[in-house]
Write a protein that binds this ligand. Sequence first.
Ligand code: KIV
Length: 310
Amino acid sequence: MLRLEGEAFCLSDELRENGHMSTFTIDSATSRATPTPQPGKRLTVPAIRARKIDGTAAEPIVMLTAYTMRMAQLLDPHCDMLLVGDSLGQVIYGLPSTVPVTLEMMCAHGAAVVRGSWQALVAVDMPFGSYEASPAAAFAAAARVMKETGCAAVKLEGGEAMAETIAFLTSRGIPVIGHVGLTPQAVNVLGGYGARGRDTAEAEKILRDARAVADAGAFTIVVEGVVEQIATDVAKAVAPPVIGIGASADCDGQVLVTEDMLGLFERTPRFVKRYDDLATRIGEAAATYAGEVRARTFPTPDQTYRPKGA
Ligand code: KIV
């Protein structure tokens, strides 16, 4: 039995008497009901922004992508921010790019990641087509993402062209992470996923984009797939923390797609460091299981039920 207590649902008095109440509450905003230790206060947007003072982030910001409740639970203790990236289009749904990703997908996965985390700041990507048309359209879509997921911020791609929208959102209570350099939602304009900023004009444009996004009020900026020196210049040029991916060690933090860094894919971009080889390990586990099923050596008595007393 659950009942409403103030803003939160709490377990019933019987459970309180049984001693379970201290560690098990359900957050009515997020429906998160994991029996983890009492949730602490999450890292906030001002706390992340304040990591960079006078152009330097003394402690680099750690960000990874997460799309599911269980992965969020595993990553949360190690990360400052969890990003529900629209890269889930390729990673989870096998889509050819992030272009077909919908608001519904982002809301469903965003809510799962909020439910599975308790200390990291969770940010959700705005999918292609949900924010570009106008600041008002962006506000409606971003407000829906925040209401349905319980996330603390949204991320959207684009530089100077998105500055007005970022200012509109931030001045109306929606914290925004900018995303400049290689912007995968623009793959059809860019013609591929190659590194950006290899010529002077493009390098200058990326710097202008980052400045515009920062001036518009983004509290953090992701810089993706750019020539190393450009990322270093961007990190020096703007006040908010700059999180790099395929960028530079001089950035104020780093982000990777979790499945890439765990080695779940055979092919990964050059900038990914594999910290494990889960594809091989999963394949080996599945092969062992398949062999045991075919040999009838699984299940054993350890995995089967017996009548009471037998
Ligand atoms: O969609 C995503 O996962 C991202 C990161 C790669 C930054 O935008």
